[in-house]
Write a protein of this length. Structure first.
Length: 216
């Protein structure tokens, strides 16, 4: 099979995983178990020496980094209209994706894996507290994005990568102890995204629970 997607359940690879499913593409989903360290194995590092997911392989050509993969899939499946075609609207969608990836995503990493940033237990605890508060503010920005959107989906008439990434980031918030219902518009949009048949198939394949929040 010419198309392969290396993904890890619940990771940001959920976004291209959803796009491939939405496109009705014939592809091979290959699970990488991050919790078991498979990303550091010789076999995987031969594909991506950075030991990250997602990785898309198309006819033997390797593409890494989520934004690059999204842009590639948008052009490979233009009929899906994953991203707007008008220059300004397209730029704003990519701007949002970049912000999700370079700001919200690493904020969660500081909560979920503080050991990557310090080997001191007290510093790790402070990182989790500080970044959880920051993550709440970032989810408020996502809530505002949903509230101000004039389209059926974020940035267009068709479901796309911004919608799938919003689902992922909201789900991560629930892992961090943030109740998604605190953001009613965002949470409603996430549930709308999950109700899509193709996205639902990915959720089932990755065996994801949408809301992992537990009240203390």
């Amino acid at each position: 099979m010419s198309l392969k997607l290396y993904f890890s359940p619940g990771a940001c690879s959920f976004v291209p995983h959803s796009l491939l499913q939405l496109a009705g593409a014939s592809f091979e989903p290959i699970m990488v178990k991050l919790h078991k360290g498979e990303q550091y194995g010789n076999e995987y590092q031969a594909i991506n020496p950075r030991s990250q997911v997602p990785v898309l392989v198309d006819d033997g050509q390797v593409i890494t980094q989520i934004l690059a993969i999204i842009l590639y899939l948008d052009q490979k499946f233009p009929e899906c209209m994953f991203l707007p075609t008008l220059p300004l609207q397209r730029a704003k969608a990519i701007e949002t994706l970049a912000w999700m990836n370079n700001t919200i995503h690493p904020t969660f990493t500081h909560i979920f894996m503080p050991h990557k940033f310090s080997d001191q237990a007290d510093v790790q605890a402070s990182l989790k507290i500080f970044n959880t508060q920051l993550y709440q503010r970032l989810l408020s920005e996502l809530e505002a994005l949903v509230l101000t959107s004039a389209s059926p989906w974020l940035f267009g008439k068709h479901i796309g990568p911004v919608d799938a990434y919003a689902l992922t980031l909201t789900r991560w918030g629930s892992i961090a102890g943030i109740d998604p219902s605190t953001y009613p518009a965002l949470w409603a949009h996430v549930q709308k995204v999950s109700a899509d048949k193709a996205v639902g198939a990915v959720i089932e394949r990755e065996r994801l629970q949408l809301n992992l929040y537990k009240a203390s």
